[in-house]
Design a protein around this ligand. Structure first.
Ligand code: FAD
Length: 322
């Protein structure tokens, strides 16, 4: 047993960013485990999706069949199980997404392998996997040392790792066109239903003014709205702001909200937890205002202002409003 096997994920013909993050984790872990990173990509036309993976995995196995266009665990699992048996990886890694949450327990259950889900950190110590994961709704972090096992199945929380640079490693790709899939029993892919856009679609905005718990309360939201209006921006928020009902849930950025890539992301009073960063770190220019110089948001911000946002907000509104 050696190496890491990453299961790639795509939706509507687009590779999911979370796959690249799994590759970041896998490439960091593989030298400790021993062996290489191999990625499995199952699709109707996997070569069309392979570009972003190439150069970020040592092995790439492409499996093509028209019925693999959309995820169906009944069709995906047997192909992946065969690959696990052939490759004998020490770790099988996939995103902690609706697909990963469906697939990982099925693979672990059918192959009799240990399963650990929703990991935010992975390490290899004394021949076994140790993981870090949030518990009690993120209020506490748990560190687990797994018992040594030949192969472990794990899912990775979005945003926990960075995608590796393109060209980080050389990739040897191998394509297989499947002529027959396992017989399907109960599940069939019908259509992809996009989530309803509520009041506004923050994912479509060029400029986002995003408020976090630092905004203090609903009475202060109009100040941020005034700045957003002056900039021609849309107002978005972190999760606590949506949870408290200060802004609608449709405005939430992050792993349990929306992923956004505006040209400008202005974060006001947002600490920058990785669940938030996962939803905005690929924005064009990130500007953060936070009174705490150690806030993690400054790690991804291109420009940072360490200050009380209530001093900065009126000045910005005045500058751009007039
Ligand atoms: C499963 C799960 C999913 C999650 N999904 C998401 C998600 O989708 N999106 C998300 O955002 N979070 C999500 N979270 C929550 C996340 O872990 C953080 O708790 C959350 O992002 C923190 O929000 P915040 O930065 O607004 O608040 P805090 O972490 O409380 O930070 C407030 C910040 O404001 C600053 N501040 C306070 N007053 C001022 C002031 N006057 N001027 C300037 N700065 C000030 C403080 O220094 C602090 O950095 C999720 C958590 C879990 C467990």
């Amino acid at each position: 047993m050696s190496g890491v096997l990453v299961i790639a994920e795509h939706r509507q013909g687009v590779l999911r960013e979370a796959t690249l993050e799994c590759l970041g984790a896998a490439l960091a872990l593989a030298p400790m485990i021993g062996g290489e990173v191999t990625t499995l990509l199952l699709a109707d036309d996997p070569s069309a999706l392979a570009g972003e993976i190439t150069g970020r995995t040592q092995g790439l196995k492409l499996y093509a069949h028209p019925e693999l266009a959309a995820f169906n665990p009944e069709l995906y699992a047997p192909v992946i199980m065969d690959a696990i048996s052939a490759l004998q990886p020490s770790l099988v890694l996939m995103p902690h997404s609706s697909q990963g949450m469906d697939l990982a327990p099925a693979l672990a259950g059918r192959l009799g392998l240990p399963l650990v889900t929703d990991c935010t950190g992975l390490a290899w110590q004394d021949g076994a996997l140790t993981v870090r994961r949030a518990v009690y709704g993120g209020k506490a972090m748990q560190e687990l040392a797994l018992k040594p096992a030949d192969t472990v199945v794990a899912t990775l929380q979005a945003g926990a790792y960075q995608a590796p640079a393109a060209g980080a490693v050389d990739t040897a790709a191998e394509s297989t066109t499947l002529t027959e899939l396992a017989p399907r029993h109960a599940r069939r892919f019908l259509e992809y239903l996009a989530g309803a856009v509520e009041d506004v679609d923050i994912a479509a905005a060029d400029i986002l003014v995003s408020v976090g718990r630092g905004i203090g309360g609903p009475d202060n939201i109009p100040q941020a709205q005034a700045l957003a209006d002056a900039l021609g921006a849309t107002l978005s928020c972190s999760r606590p702001v949506a949870d408290a009902g200060w802004l609608p849930k449709s405005r939430q950025v992050g792993t349990s909200g929306k992923t956004v890539r505006p040209k400008i992301y202005l974060a006001l009073g947002i600490s920058g937890a990785f669940q938030h960063q996962a939803g905005m770190k690929n924005s064009g220019t990130i500007i953060a205002v936070n009174s705490d110089a150690r806030a993690p948001i400054f790690q991804v911000a291109h420009y940072g202002i360490v200050a009380d946002l209530f001093e900065v907000l009126p000045k910005l509104a005045e500058r751009f409003g007039g």
